[in-house]
Design a protein around this ligand. Structure first.
Ligand code: ATP
Ligand code: MG
Length: 263
């Protein structure tokens, strides 16, 4: 796809992995319209680590679904990795999503009857990777998130933290540049949540761009930038409180180094 300047406004700039211009999402429910997003302008550069916060119903998941190519905006434009994706059809969106984006959800969204290995293989099945390569890659990613011993377990044979690791491995298996996580620690106890945040930090150190929705200020502090959404618009956008000016210049987190290895 060639870089594009869509008629609606936003200029797709290489290096800006996410650039939205006046993004609206309106859901129609019978004769009622719900304006979930009302003109969101958000720009995220390569290897940023961004937390999105805001009250329930403010539009966080709607925004994540749009930037994750799970849905299309009602109005406005969106450039992903320098390409306008706001007018693509569902098949084109699915192809881009599979290649560019790893999604992690609060409820893990794993196939209940499939093993961890099979769950992680799924995105590779969708993009036609051969069986041998697929199993090798899925095993390697599962090992990298500390699940080398649990590959043949099904979700109900694993703890919440282990399930979320499977979901993260599945998000990573196609080596996407962007990881989007919608309340990834929402169903986990605080200790397990911290372990999962260690994984995200490691992914960020390895060059991924991370956008994470959370209700918890402690979790948001792991990010370098906090965007707050209220009533479908960005109400604030500022560096995380843990970031010192020196760290901001160096682009490093003040959080303790994680022990988790991810390849
Ligand atoms: N599929 C849908 N159909 C109709 N309305 C929807 C749909 N999805 C979301 N909404 C509405 O859009 C608004 C934003 O919802 P969204 O799920 O984005 O909020 P959120 O900030 O993620 O909330 P939470 O913190 O509770 O997860 C809400 O008013 C919600 O009821
Ligand atoms: Mg939500």
């Amino acid at each position: 796809m060639a870089p594009a300047v869509p008629a609606t406004g936003v200029t797709c700039i290489p290096g800006e992995v996410i650039a939205t211009d006046n993004l609206w999402k309106t859901y129609v429910m019978g004769d009622q319209e719900v304006h979930a997003l009302r003109g969101v302008n958000l720009r995220i550069r390569h290897n940023e680590y961004v937390a999105i916060m805001g009250p329930s119903g403010s539009g966080k998941s709607t925004l994540m679904n749009l930037i994750g190519c799970l849905d299309s905006p009602s109005q406005g434009s969106y450039c992903l990795n320098g390409h306008d994706v706001s007018r693509l059809n569902d098949d084109e969106l699915a192809r881009i999503r599979n290649k560019e984006i790893g999604f992690v959800f609060q409820t893990f969204n794993l196939l209940a009857r499939a093993t961890a290995l099979h769950n992680v293989e799924l995105p590779l099945i969708y993009n036609g990777t051969g069986t041998v390569q697929r199993i090798e890659r899925a095993k390697s990613v599962l090992e990298s998130v500390g699940l080398g011993e649990r590959m043949m377990h099904k979700p109900n044979e694993m703890s919440g933290g282990q399930r979320q690791r499977v979901a993260i491995a599945r998000a990573l298996v196609n080596s996407p540049s962007i990881i989007l996580a919608d309340e990834p620690t929402g169903n986990l106890d605080s200790k397990t949540g911290i372990e999962i945040m260690g994984l995200f930090e490691e992914l960020h150190r390895r060059g991924n761009t991370i956008v994470l929705v959370t209700h918890e200020p402690d979790i948001a502090e792991h990010a370098h930038r906090v965007v707050t959404i209220r009533d479908g618009v960005i109400a604030s956008d500022a560096p995380s409180t843990r970031m010192t000016p020196e760290a901001m210049l160096a682009g490093v987190s003040q959080n303790p180094a994680s022990q988790v290895t991810v390849s």
